[in-house]
Design a protein around this ligand. Structure first.
Ligand SMILES: Cc1cc2nc3c(=O)[nH]c(=O)nc-3n(C[C@H](O)[C@H](O)[C@H](O)COP(=O)(O)OP(=O)(O)OC[C@H]3O[C@@H](n4cnc5c(N)ncnc54)[C@H](O)[C@@H]3O)c2cc1C
Length: 376
């Protein structure tokens, strides 16, 4: 197989590079950032992603840099339990842990395992053009390069996807999200738990990522005038006191702000010798905490298909065949879940809470299992 050129050195691109390196293949990455900087937020890695890391031999390093999450709880704003997922039985079955980790630490582990791979930093792709002899890469700095096989791992706003499938559409979830890392001791009651508190048109989630750090996210249903400068303490003043404590222990300048979008599932992930992976192919809203986990799954499947198949087309076809159904399931389920969790009518929220409380354990277990299980 020819040299593989990856556009984007995010979680997906780096994981793919590691798979290709382990498969003895030639690989290079083009990344727009000048340097990998402090990320300023955490990330939940569910057991599907952790099984992939185990197969790649990097599981122990990820676990050492992360914090073990044993339970996930949806609660009311005053902390009454709505539903709980206890991960113990899945841990026993799948032999991995769910963790929460500082994104900077995850990147560090991935970079360590990608050692030796050429990463061209400060190279922003503007456009790719397939020509008779190969693929031409045009960069924002005016330079040009050539490649034989290109993987677009350049995120939700992928330029590779725009070159390939300009008709693909991003969807505005009409939600605004703030994220931060609070430096504080972890209250015993919340140790090892991912908690999400649901109010009316607002949600607050938090999970420890180390003995003295809590990663948190706040989501507001977007209305006109919502902006980066939102006063979160006022917005969440009627939530349980832990929310105020967490926000107060975060350096305000380090709080990240995003609008939430996803990619409407696209029918095809590849054309010719160019293929999409991670958010570029299947960006989802973050409601299930699965975007990066899906990118990690895709990386292993694509990297192995490129080794096992005789032709690039056969590899891309195999990868898409294995991955598309689950990735689309996650995108669509997460979209619907976000609408329910972010409901902004008080009466509807009361009904929502009652229904969630009454959800049979077997139903939520079925959904967890569908996310955790790998079909490859
Ligand atoms: C608020 C929020 C919370 C989330 N929480 C979770 C969670 O708990 N668990 C989870 O699994 N997922 C979560 N996600 C999703 C997760 O962040 C993404 O799915 C994941 O980062 C996708 O990885 P990727 O490598 O495909 O893309 P990205 O992480 O976006 O990486 C793309 C890379 O490409 C580079 N790039 C972009 N454009 C160009 C260009 N033109 N030329 C060259 N390089 C380029 C970027 O600099 C970047 O390094 C969350 C997302 C959000 C918004």
């Amino acid at each position: 197989m020819k040299k593989i050129t990856i556009i984007g050195g995010g979680i997906g691109g780096l994981t793919l590079a590691i798979v290709l390196k382990q498969n003895g293949m030639e690989v290079e990455i083009y990344e727009q950032a000048e340097a990998f900087k402090k990320a300023g937020s955490g990330i939940n890695l569910a057991m599907n992603a952790m099984q992939v890391f185990k197969r790649l031999g990097i599981y122990d390093d990820v676990v050492s840099a992360a914090y073990h999450t044993t339970k996930m709880n949806a609660r009311t704003k005053s902390l009454d339990l709505l539903i709980r997922a206890d991960f113990k039985k899945y841990e026993d079955e799948f032999k991995v842990k769910q963790v929460a980790i500082d994104r900077t630490s995850l990147h560090k582990v991935l970079l360590q395992h990608a050692e030796g791979i050429t990463i061209h930093m400060n190279k922003t792709i503007r456009e790719i053009v397939e020509s008779g002899n190969g693929i031409e890469l045009y960069f924002e700095d005016g330079s040009k390069s050539e490649a034989s096989v290109v993987i677009g791992a350049d995120g939700i706003h992928s330029k590779v996807r725009a070159s390939l499938f300009p008709e693909s559409k991003l969807r505005d979830a009409k939600q605004a999200c703030w994220r931060g890392i609070a430096k504080m001791d972890i209250p015993k009651a919340f140790s090892g738990e991912l908690n999400e508190l649901w109010g009316v048109g607002k949600r607050f989630g938090f999970v420890p990522i180390s003995d003295q750090e809590i990663y948190w996210f706040a989501v507001l249903t977007k209305q006109k005038g919502r902006s980066r400068g939102e006063d979160l303490k006022t917005e969440f003043e009627h939530f349980a006191p832990i929310v105020q404590t967490v926000i107060s222990n975060t350096t305000p300048e380090e709080i990240l702000f995003n609008e939430i979008w996803d990619l409407k599932p696209i029918p095809q992930w590849y054309r010719g010798n160019v293929c999409l992976m991670g958010d570029a192919a299947h960006a989802t809203t973050p409601n299930l905490g699965q975007g990066a986990c899906q990118a990690i799954e895709s990386a292993l499947v694509l990297g192995n298909a490129l080794k096992e198949e005789q032709s690039v087309t056969a590899a891309f076809e195999k990868y898409q065949g294995i991955r598309k159904e689950k990735a689309n399931y996650v995108t669509n389920t997460s979209w619907r879940f976000g609408k329910i969790a972010q409901c902004d009518k008080s009466m509807m929220c009361n009904i929502r809470n009652m229904l969630i409380k009454a959800t049979p354990q077997s139903m939520s277990e079925k959904q967890s299992r569908r996310l955790i299980e790998l079909n490859f």
